[in-house]
Design a protein around this ligand. Sequence first.
Ligand code: OKP
Ligand code: ZN
Length: 335
Amino acid sequence: MKIFCPTRHRRHAPAFDYSDGVPPFEHLEKPSRIDGVLEGLARCGLTDVAPVDDLAADAVAQLHDDDYVAFLHALCEDLAEDEQFIPTIFHDDLDGAPLRFSAGRFCKEIGTPLSRGSLEAALNSAAAALQAANQTADTSRESFALCRPPGHHAGHRRYGGYCIFNNAYIAASAIVAAGHRPAVLDIDYHIGDGSIEFANGDAPYHSLHADTRTTYPYLQHLTERPHVSLVELPPDIAVADYVDLLRVELAKIAASSTHLVLSLGFDLLADDYIQDVVTAISAEDFEPIGQAIGALDMPQTLILEGGYDRDRLADCTQAFFAGFMPARADRSAAP
Ligand code: OKP
Ligand code: ZN
């Protein structure tokens, strides 16, 4: 499996995170997460790492709105090297306001502070997704993009939830452009409310996620619609039940699509600090999850999303690929 690792992701390094009722705290969507994932991959012998230096400006311009991308360019350029930017005002009549007071048009959550390097890092993260998708489309072999910042909360014209550009749909769009029919399957603990904006008949969206009403992004009226399949996880879910729910989505995807784009978050891990409704999933439990997904007999592009327990990310990654890689091999050996 080829691994696509962005080389500029450290340019985005949010210092503080914000949540209701607590003082600002250390931001855990941090550069060292990638080191944890790489360590887990190496333990599985997965060391075919391609560094990605590119910026996917064209692919991002095709997916996201022009005024949103132009805003990010102008803002990041305006920031001092050591500055972290969070908007202060949010209402619907900010068009034409001074640059720093217009950000509330696009920012939907203040736990995603931007810095001078954030745009460069987000474009580089999108480039990793794009290269992984192109490699899978060209060779039918699985690829893994170590995207950072993550992407599934980023919509056409909004950032937040640690996400700036939608890496999974950057990948899906490239696979569509190559003439295939991908499905996006999101196993991050959170729903990809950004990804949902991009779901369509060419690239449907499937997600298993914690209750969206009581967990980020706290959406109260989310419902299924054509090309969007949503599975809410019950509290304290354990791996056997999780894999049962997962198999139902995998069967739907097998019936409708030719390629898989996997939004791979490791924040399903019990007690990841981000969980409002906790799971009963251990690091080792990622093995049967990886196994079930790897057995889906179609080319797969994996896109990193969340997972914030820096000390256990390597264990989660190792377990996932200990299940995933043998399942890929078995499936290619099948007659
Ligand atoms: C990004 B990803 C909850 C605060 C939530 C944002 C969470 C972003 C998750 N008290 N802060 O892993 O889906
Ligand atoms: Zn998440």
